[in-house]
Design a binder for this molecule. Structure first.
Ligand code: HSE
Length: 428
């Protein structure tokens, strides 16, 4: 790279504007850190007229992405448009044209990992995506640098700010899911269509990236269980917090057990003594355990304009400083013998079912659990006077998920059981 390094930005949205702001405010620092003159040469977006709240010279703006992709003077392309296409095509073209790429596009990276990394390798350029997982929190870089000498044993992450905000507010205010989601949307903490966040897909994409980097194993989303938080009720929150000593968190879990990998995303009862239990509101955190370093907690803002732009610009600086660095995305050889099926999980479970309030109900439920050898740690039924169906809460001893599933299938068929039964896995 010459003494002047030119950067092209594709996508002038929230994070793109954040990156421009860092150029505006920290230009001197960027130059000092890289020892070069770092120049934002072009910004491409279909909309170049709306005010993004940052200063930008109008001649930098273009609606034609090829002004970046085909410009031989541009060394680094920042892709912040999101989505699969045309982002994938643009990134591949940038890499094939010999440009380094920085992206925050977790969906694309999680899905097209091999193609993107192979294309970068083939062209002797780098593709970095620190901002794709945990926004501003340094998450991928530590795996590849300070933690490199470790084999990773486990990764537990709260990686979706929207879901964490909703669960926190449900806990603090005793409100139901729909009311809190509405409030979150009004405050801008949840999208108009929040499906991706609340159904766990966003967490799953981030977990795919972390699992590849941590364990060298690429697991596509269709190969693991992903459950969201939409079925959590105030009854569950209240029971977890007040009758037991747990918080409910949406966790992405990737964990090595006897050489095999457990990988899953679901709401989880997290003991209040665990550090992840106190990660609240829109904050994210990843708790990992390495074989030598032991437990490490990485905590911070997992989203937001400036925090995410901070990670993007960190990658840009890394590329300027180390343009030749061999691509290092975790262990080259997978550390995993096989990916376990969720049916083989062994855990404790919280189970909430709804049943008519009459003598013999608990006996019938207990009979089914006994048939599948599921031990009960506690069983609670709060009766009412008007004989309406009531929640029955069970906490099991360790049991196999396949037995739990079979038992719940039979319990749901009991004539005394009404409505949907839900289970929440409990973190050991
Ligand atoms: N939508 C994500 C969240 C942020 O709510 O955490 C971007 O990954």
């Amino acid at each position: 790279m010459s003494n002047e390094v030119n950067v092209g930005l594709i996508g002038f949205g929230t994070i793109g504007a954040g990156a421009v702001e860092i150029f505006n405010k920290n230009q001197e620092l960027l130059n000092e850190k890289t020892g070069k003159k770092l120049v934002l040469k072009k910004v491409a977006d279909l909309d170049i007229t709306s005010d993004r709240g940052v200063k930008i010279e109008p001649e930098l703006l273009t609606t034609d992405v090829n002004e970046i992709l085909n410009d031989d003077e541009i060394d680094i392309v920042i892709e912040l448009m999101g989505g699969y296409e045309p982002a994938r095509t643009f990134i591949l073209k940038a890499l094939n044209n010999g440009k380094h790429v920085v992206s925050a596009n977790k969906a694309l990276i999680a899905k097209h990992w091999e193609e993107l990394i192979d294309t970068a390798t083939k062209n002797n350029v780098r593709i970095l995506f620190e901002a794709s997982v945990g926004g501003g929190i340094p998450l991928l870089t530590p795996f590849n640098e300070a933690l490199s000498s470790n084999r990773i044993d486990s990764i537990y992450g709260i990686m979706n700010g929207t879901a964490n905000y909703i669960l926190t507010k449900m806990t603090e205010e005793g409100l139901d899911f729909d009311s809190v989601l509405k409030e979150a949307q009004e405050k801008g903490y949840a999208e108009a269509d929040p499906t991706f966040d609340i159904e766990g897909h966003d967490t799953a994409q981030k977990l795919i990236i972390l699992t590849k980097i941590g364990f060298g194993e690429y697991v596509p989303q269709e190969n693991f269980t992903v459950e969201g938080i939409t079925k959590i009720t105030p009854t569950d929150i209240n029971f977890a917090n007040n009758e037991l000593d747990y918080s409910i968190k949406l966790l992405g879990i990737a964990k090595k057990i006897n050489g095999n990998l457990e990988i899953r995303v679901h709401p989880t009862f997290v003991p209040k003594t665990h550090l992840l239990s106190s990660v609240n509101d829109v904050y994210n955190a990843v708790y990992l355990v390495g074989d030598f370093v032991g437990p490490v907690l990485l905590y911070g803002q997992g989203a937001g304009r400036m925090a995410t732009a901070s990670a993007v610009m960190g990658d840009v600086i890394d590329i300027v400083l180390n343009p030749e660095k061999e691509i290092n995305y975790g262990p080259k050889t997978s550390q995993i013998a096989k990916v376990k099926k969720i049916e083989d999980l062994n855990a404790k479970y919280y189970i909430r079912l709804t049943a008519v309030d009459q003598p013999g109900v608990l006996y019938k439920v207990g009979e089914v659990l006994k048939k599948y050898n599921i031990g009960i740690e506690s069983m609670t039924q709060k009766g009412n006077s008007d004989k309406q169906p009531v929640p029955i809460i069970l906490v099991t001893h360790h049991a196999n998920e396949s037995d739990i599933e079979k038992a719940l299938g039979e319990i749901n068929n009991l004539d005394v059981v009404k409505g949907e039964t839900i289970k929440i896995r409990i973190l050991d």
